[in-house]
Design a protein around this ligand. Structure first.
Ligand SMILES: *[C@@H]1O[C@H](CO)[C@@H](O)[C@H](O)[C@H]1NC(C)=O
Ligand SMILES: *[C@@H]1O[C@H](CO)[C@@H](O)[C@H](O)[C@H]1NC(C)=O
Ligand SMILES: *[C@@H]1O[C@H](CO)[C@@H](O)[C@H](O)[C@H]1NC(C)=O
Ligand SMILES: *[C@@H]1O[C@H](CO)[C@@H](O)[C@H](O)[C@H]1NC(C)=O
Ligand SMILES: *[C@@H]1O[C@H](CO)[C@@H](O)[C@H](O)[C@H]1NC(C)=O
Ligand SMILES: *[C@@H]1O[C@H](CO)[C@@H](O)[C@H](O)[C@H]1NC(C)=O
Ligand SMILES: *[C@@H]1O[C@H](CO)[C@@H](O)[C@H](O)[C@H]1NC(C)=O
Length: 414
């Protein structure tokens, strides 16, 4: 009876431990974009669990990945280089990106032989250069046909990855995609079921909500919340989850850049103030490093708005909205509270002396809590195992003792 109870308790504890230790742990990912010309060897890999090399282009007739000669030089050495500072960092190769032609991808996903050509070449290239995963960044998918074909692509891609893994006895490549902040676009919806089933996770891009090139009002370009509209990260994440994607497949964006607007009236410098277009740079986009330099040059005061979760400042007629250290910390805490899988940075070279990367990586409170819980569970299960063994030992001793006694009795009777 006692041993039965011990066995039951032991099982419960074992299941608990399994639940806590299974699955992918907290992801701190960062994109490196070859166009940034930031030396890969300068990346502080210790601040990341995953580094994503972007972007491999796709040939518009063969549908194979076709990096240029200069990209090839970067890609082939990326994994070796970033692992020097952090041997346990995982690397992914990202395919596509904002400059990729819409027609190439739309056509590639539409035909089984084009998809096969794309898939086979992606796996081959990843293995050739030592990447541990592949990331699809097709930001222009915009029809329901694109979306359902994308779902088929993910299914076939995952199948090919598993087959290659079995064939080569190597760990399967990780498969991810960059997706819009909400699964529902004006004209189409992302293939959530296929994403849930075949991808390891998605990089949820909750930024570029407002840009000075098309919005004549200052705006929180990467708002976490917005009480007066659905254009915000929190709403988008809720929509993905309601649509069937589990929270632990979502990796939330941290934009390491912002936008500068030209104000109509320097005195009207709140969020939503009238503006006439970009300021400071041609399209108003500025890396965090450029923004920090600008702020310290002009001694601007940085404001924080908790309604949207955004920082901003204004200098004369220039108004800059961006994510500073406090926003990064709040977004990382948010991701943990909602049980998301982690965060990703666009892009690593935009940081200023690792300020934001460190702020993001340092938000460990919850994770430490989880680790403590894990340690506690391991101690409990070990204790239970010892008690169980003792129980079994005592139980068998008793039986043997009884048997001995009864056999002795029989002996005496004989
Ligand atoms: C794309 O592939 C085709 C067929 O393999 C080849 O002829 C062409 O040169 C490639 N284009 C580029 C830009 O690499
Ligand atoms: C590859 O990276 C290593 C380590 O950073 C460096 O020493 C080497 O010169 C690189 N090779 C090429 C071809 O860039
Ligand atoms: C989808 O995007 C492409 C390229 O941006 C564009 O040419 C096409 O008209 C768009 N289609 C729809 C339905 O919006
Ligand atoms: C796996 O191995 C089989 C038999 O060697 C081969 O026919 C097949 O092409 C391989 N598939 C992949 C995806 O490598
Ligand atoms: C700022 O601009 C908005 C929108 O045009 C306007 O409603 C508001 O009254 C202005 N505020 C100030 C202080 O000028
Ligand atoms: C924004 O304001 C500028 C200057 O007033 C004007 O030329 C432009 O047409 C406006 N753009 C939009 C999208 O309203
Ligand atoms: C954030 O900005 C909006 C727009 O100016 C304003 O209505 C709101 O009160 C601000 N929120 C906080 C907490 O200051």
């Amino acid at each position: 009876m006692v041993s039965k109870i011990i066995i039951v308790v032991f099982h419960i504890l074992l299941c608990l431990e399994f639940r806590l230790t299974k699955g992918q742990s907290w992801i701190k990912a960062g994109y490196w974009f070859s166009g940034s010309e930031f030396p890969v060897s300068n990346i502080n890999s210790a601040l990341f669990t995953h580094l994503i090399c972007a972007f491999a282009p796709v040939n518009s007739t063969s549908y194979q990945l076709s990096p240029s000669a200069s990209d090839e030089k970067h890609f082939s050495n990326f994994t070796n280089t970033v692992k020097q500072k952090n041997p346990s960092v995982t690397t992914l190769l990202s395919i596509g990106g904002g400059n990729e032609r819409y027609s190439t991808f739309s056509s590639m996903v539409s035909s089984s032989s084009y998809r096969k050509s794309f898939i086979d070449s992606s796996i081959k290239l990843a293995r050739l250069y030592g990447f541990q995963g592949l990331d699809l960044c097709w930001v222009s998918a915009n029809t329901s046909t694109d979306m359902s074909n994308m779902g088929v692509l993910f299914q076939e891609w995952k199948g090919a990855i598993d087959l290659e893994s079995r064939n080569s006895s190597r760990t399967p490549l990780i498969l991810t995609a960059a997706v819009q902040y909400s699964p529902n676009l004006d004209s189409a919806s992302f293939p959530i079921d296929s994403i849930q089933q075949y991808l390891n996770w998605v990089h949820l891009m909750a930024y570029d909500f407002y840009m000075p090139t098309w919005s004549n009002f200052t705006g929180a370009q990467a708002a976490l919340y917005d009480p007066s509209s659905t254009t915000n990260a929190d709403y988008g994440i809720g929509t993905w989850i309601n649509g069937g994607l589990s929270a632990d497949k979502i990796v939330l964006s941290l934009p390491f850049y912002g936008y500068a607007w030209t104000l109509v009236n320097p005195a009207n410098n709140s969020i939503g103030a009238p503006a006439t277009g970009p300021a400071i740079t041609e399209e108003g986009d500025m890396s965090f490093k450029e923004i920090k330099d600008y702020i310290s040059r002009y001694g601007a005061k940085v404001m924080y708005n908790a309604t949207y979760v955004v920082n901003y400042c204004s200098i004369g007629t220039s108004w800059i909205g961006f994510d500073d250290v406090e926003v990064v910390k709040i977004k990382v805490s948010y991701a943990k509270e909602r049980n998301l899988l982690g965060y990703f940075v666009w892009q690593v070279p935009y940081d200023d002396n690792w300020l934001l990367s460190q702020a993001a990586a340092g938000q460990e409170d919850n994770k430490n809590g989880q680790n403590n819980r894990r340690v506690l569970v391991i101690i409990l299960t070990t204790t239970a195992a010892v008690i169980l063994l003792l129980g079994i030992l005592i139980y068998y001793c008793c039986i043997r003792f009884k048997m001995l006694k009864s056999s002795k009795g029989k002996l005496f009777l004989l």
